[in-house]
Design a protein around this ligand. Sequence first.
Ligand code: M6R
Length: 360
Amino acid sequence: QRGGFDHYMLKEINEQPAALDRAIKGRITDDKDVHLEEFPPGTFEDVGVVHLLACGTSYHAALYAQQILADRGIPAQVFSAGEYTTTPAPVTDDTLVVAVTQSGETADTLSSIRIAADRGARTLAVTNVIGSTAARVCDDALFIRAGPEIGVAATKTFSSQVAVLALLAERIAEDVTGAVDPDREALLAALTELPGHVEQTLNQSSAEALATQFINRDEQFFIGRGVGYPVALESALKFKEITYEHAEGFAAGELKHGPLALVTSDTTVFAVFTGRHDEKTLKNVEEVRSRGAPVVAIAAGTDHEIAEAADEFLSIPETHPVAAGLLANVQLQLVSYRVADLLGRSIDKPRNLAKSVTVE
Ligand code: M6R
């Protein structure tokens, strides 16, 4: 059942090329246009603002989508669904509320959708499960087609959520602005190449060889900027969830506003580089290295300056920054998996956690 893999998580990490292929299949035309059967051009022309509601890994995918929407000039806000149920954001009739939920059954997310709908917002579920509660209660649904995910740790569904949200963002942006952003062609080309790039990343990853260096450390920090920030948060969540070791994700620029006080030679720092504002993240790498922390950089293999600035290097193919973040995330999924495996953890069913959290 695990297809020859020791754990479902590893199987699902390796399923990402096929899952991504399904996620984008038929949704990007040959001339690099977005084609979402459910949402023809003009569907979102009345949208003024996008609110994204989600929990956990899906929350990180929502943060990723927020960045893509912001790049296209579309105001977007992300809410942790559990917080939204405590303090709902004001909505107007031009608010599109997008619930991002793999299972479509997360209690906090469902409650927050119901609150937003009661207040008059238009709702859309981005989910993996056809027939799930989220798909049924929202006005519309867009499916990520990742296939069943058994491991409690979300892996392939994160990549597929981001890919599908990127397509949705392009549809919304074109409808709202009435124009096609000059960057769209490059982004869609990168998404088309993404399954192959993930395959390449999986085949060439040195995460397993490096993993012994990342055990029995005080803590691990993950830093990134732009879409590298949600990747840092997601990678830290994955690391703590399956290794039971302390890990935190930060926006790279935030380090010097507090967390730097924690950095010692016993802190491993994973730095995500996406090709955008890398020079700033390099400065953050210097800051932590000068406090003795070893740095693992995840960046395009062609970037020798970054490779030389770090102690270890995990290479990804050169591509659009939005796709680069996902490739870096794949490398860091492998890091978490390999460390958890070395520590003998219950990888597919980490202690205290459930795949679907159906209580608030
Ligand atoms: O099914 P959902 O996407 O709504 O689940 C939300 C979170 O419980 C989930 O993403 C969780 O954080 C992951 N399983 C962690 O890997």
